[in-house]
Design a protein around this ligand. Structure first.
Ligand SMILES: C[S@@+](CC[C@H](N)C(=O)[O-])C[C@H]1O[C@@H](n2cnc3c(N)ncnc32)[C@H](O)[C@@H]1O
Length: 207
């Protein structure tokens, strides 16, 4: 099974119906789709895919070296429910996915771009959230882990601007919880834990 796709070498499906065939041809079934944005070396998604054989997983990663490490893990384990697209996740979401086709989007530790003049580079802004909303099935979810408190609060504000998403990770009057116990590890999670940073989980559902 082909597991590595370079966005610049592929022709995306041209309709929602074609999208169904496109992923059915790759995975050999039509299990629910889970898409990760910014997968890094793939630690989290590979483990998640091993634990959930009844779902199909798609990783996206812009850096070639990380995308290849991700793919190496997949090939080594001979997995058939996970693939990786190398390229800009926004392009993948917009060109390869159609309305109401994805069960969950996962973003583990998005780059925080802490300086104000760099905020324009932040991925999780209103426009991407609107795009994710269109692609999700009803009750589909966006799940985010994060260590950076100001980006965390910024993301929650961006969700507030996006109608018809509701928060499902509230605790003690705040819209986030701690890192879920059942979640597999990601490379950055391990790194941040070593630095004793607090980790947070944000989850929204399409109503
Ligand atoms: C802080 S790292 C986290 C990696 C991984 N999720 C983890 O938890 O170990 C953020 C990742 O997002 C990737 N990334 C940033 N912008 C991206 C984009 N537009 N499309 C795809 N990946 C992107 C980066 O290259 C990097 O690997």
């Amino acid at each position: 099974m082909k597991t590595f796709f370079n966005l610049s070498d592929e022709i995306p499906p041209e309709s929602r119906e074609e999208q169904t065939h496109y992923f059915q041809d790759i995975f050999g079934n039509s299990h629910p789709l889970i898409v990760e944005i910014g997968s890094g070396n793939g630690h989290f998604l590979v483990e998640n895919a091993l634990q959930n054989p009844d779902h199909n997983f798609i990783g996206t990663e812009i850096l070639g070296g990380r995308a290849r490490k991700f793919n190496h893990k997949v090939e080594k384990r001979g997995m058939n429910n996970i693939i990786i697209f190398k390229g800009d996740a926004r392009q993948f979401v917009w060109e390869y996915l159609y309305e109401e086709t994805v069960s969950e989007f996962i973003i583990m530790f998005p780059d925080p771009w802490p300086k104000k003049r760099h905020h324009k580079h932040r991925l999780l802004r209103h426009t991407l959230l609107q795009m994710l909303h269109l692609r999700l099935i009803t009750k589909g979810r966006v799940s985010i882990t994060i260590d950076h408190t100001r980006y965390r609060d910024w993301i929650i504000e961006e969700f507030r601007k996006t109608e018809r998403f509701h928060n499902v990770s509230s605790a003690n009057l705040v819209n986030y919880t701690g890192y879920p116990d059942h979640f597999p590890k990601s490379l950055f999670e391990v790194r941040f834990r070593r630095e004793n940073r607090s980790l947070f989980f944000i989850q929204y559902e399409k109503g």
